[in-house]
Design a protein. Structure first.
Length: 104
């Protein structure tokens, strides 16, 4: 019985570690955000032409980038589509973690 409990606990810990590892790296996101800052500002607060990214929910941020990359999200200038298609899934997660960490 103790062995089953120990194995169960190990499985739960491994799953928890995997889910933490799957998240974004805000430090790398900050480095990647240099390109974003041209339109969205160094602080991610945007302006009248570009929306704020600071404080954005990570899942919503990733979904938006994926939408631009796939063409499902409208992008009249195609700037976001061009940028998003060059990002890996990890890059998107890293950017999402960084901008979520900024708050609003």
């Amino acid at each position: 019985m103790n062995r089953k409990l120990a194995i169960s606990i190990m499985c739960v810990l491994l799953l928890a570690a995997a889910s933490l590892q799957a998240g974004g790296d805000a430090g790398n996101g900050k480095a990647l955000s240099v390109d974003c800052a041209d339109c969205h500002g160094d602080d991610g607060m945007g302006d009248e032409d570009s929306p704020a990214l600071a404080g954005m929910d990570e899942a919503a941020f990733i979904a938006a980038l994926q939408g631009y990359a796939s063409g499902e999200r409208e992008d009249e200038s195609e700037m976001m589509a061009d940028y998003a298609t060059d990002l890996s899934a990890q890059d998107m997660a890293d950017l999402a973690a960084y901008y979520a960490s900024l708050g609003q």
